[in-house]
Design a protein. Sequence first.
Length: 278
Amino acid sequence: MNRIVSKEHFSPHVVKLEVEAPLIARSRKAGHFVIVRVGEQGERIPLTIASADTSRGTITLVVQAVGRSSKKLCALGEGDAVTDVVGPLGQATHIERVGTVVCAGGGVGVAPLLPIVEAFHKAGNRVIVVLAARTKDLIILEDRMRACSDEVIIMTDDGSYGTKGLVTQGVESVIQREPVNLCVSIGPAVMMKFVAALTKKYEIPTVASLNTIMVDGTGMCGGCRVQVGEETKFACVDGPEFDGHLVDFHGLMARGRMYRTQEAKEKDHICNIGLGRN
């Protein structure tokens, strides 16, 4: 069991949890994720580690309540225990000094972007962060980003905070004023698709993190398979980060829409073998 040390609501559906996991806190690196389970019959949920505190022996997870399992996790409070936390898993982000790095995060994708921003900045890079959301209330971790980067640009769809526009406009504004050596993008697939299309036009190497498509976290289910260039990769064991210019975002997004009808029905499904609600 892993106790929840603190809990903070970023919005009605987005929660930050600080969880006791001393071994993971000591060994995790930027880009790593954990598998979380709530209840003995609970579903395995892969979540990227947003940060870690080795002195407290804790890791921080940012969770959006979308399905049944994520809602159960978000319903837990300080002092409650998470049944299982396993990790760190996945391939760590390749960090080196390259020059100027633009890190673009959309929505909850800002959370896994934080340790990457910290690592690139610590390595001596100039790091410019572009945070994007539909409205001001959905911008998260702004203060943390400002503390470990050289500049933060805010983009909101409705113009309620920062500059009105899309994340791609924020990224392009940087590209047009100074040389950019690398772009890192984490957020909804459609966001990463257009960021990659933009940076490809300018021939800027781009990393896209596909953590949102992971399922079991070990490569056994095949649910996170993705075409990267001429190869089929699995986000949980080969990634979750890949060359954004080679990712087949069209196929990835099409597969993600395949089970929406079934997912809606499963919300109220009662297990047929007597285990109660899933």
